[in-house]
Design a protein around this ligand. Sequence first.
Ligand SMILES: Nc1ncnc2c1ncn2[C@@H]1O[C@H](COP(=O)(O)OP(=O)(O)OP(=O)(O)O)[C@@H](O)[C@H]1O
Ligand SMILES: [Mg+2]
Length: 323
Amino acid sequence: MTRDEGTYRAQAERARGQEARTEGTYKAQAERAAGHTVQEATEPKRHRQQTKMVAPPNDYLVPERDALFTPVLECRHLGIDFGGLHAVEDFNLMVGKTEIAGLIGPNGAGKTTVFNLLTKVYQPTRGTILLDGQDTAGMDTARVSREGIARTFQNIRLFDSLTVEDNVKIGLHNQVDCGMWSGIFRAPRYWLSEKEFHDKALELLDVFHMADNAGDIAGSLPYGAQRRLEIVRALATNPKLLLLDEPAAGMNPVETEELMDTIVRIRDDFQIAVLLIEHDMDLVMGICEGIVVLNFGKVIAKGTPEEIQANPQVIEAYLGKQE
Ligand SMILES: Nc1ncnc2c1ncn2[C@@H]1O[C@H](COP(=O)(O)OP(=O)(O)OP(=O)(O)O)[C@@H](O)[C@H]1O
Ligand SMILES: [Mg+2]
């Protein structure tokens, strides 16, 4: 992970209460990361416009390469109650524009609930979710999908009886405008769009070398291949942020290794961010740049893989208190 001394120094200064007044701005963060003053000319215009909209929270880290950009995701004091249970409480998180971030924690910690909040399966009881600087308050599931959040599910959700290609096309549907009337009358534009759909679906399947399986029935695929297809379908919605809920569950070690390579390649090729929930620590520590740890709905640690692995609270949450 490319988090340099400057960022850590700034963090330490914050901890000592020596935070400068400009500390909270993204530009200041970028300057710390770069170790020198960032010239206005090199700062993308889009970033300058959007930084005014986003007041950064107190503790966060993003990869150095993302420091000039509005974070793709920012959660502030996010919470949800189910009856008397605070399933998620005061959840703060920032994910950089091209970061691979990890969300880990013991069973029942609230990880999937965070994904359900981000995708508006549940509306938060408290707090704010900013997607690429935009407040998602009041949005529904379809809207956040269009705005750029895609997900896979802990329990695979594919259209089992449809082909692999059709599953991907469902993801593509909100991307290509073929128009209702041209669809009904099968006008030339419809056929053009069908070809576009087909080509794009195969191109996306190729990310996992699955183009040859395009005609297979999704439900007939081996388990690992179904998990990969779910990722392809999510990618088809053209997301800015890809949420993966236990993508390696049920995969063998060879498949998991390949999955790690592919997730990194997806990030590189599509220039998107990935936030993943995973119990396979080799995967988490192998590809995640920033990690947040939940326990009983609360964040108990945040940091780099090295920091997380050395954190006594994390070790205790996973292994129980050592007497
Ligand atoms: N719709 C709901 N109604 C009531 N309680 C819920 C609901 N959804 C989740 N919970 C509770 O919230 C807590 C967190 O569940 P969640 O599924 O988010 O955990 P998790 O971290 O994803 O666990 P796992 O690693 O087992 O998948 C659990 O106690 C769960 O029972
Ligand atoms: Mg879960």
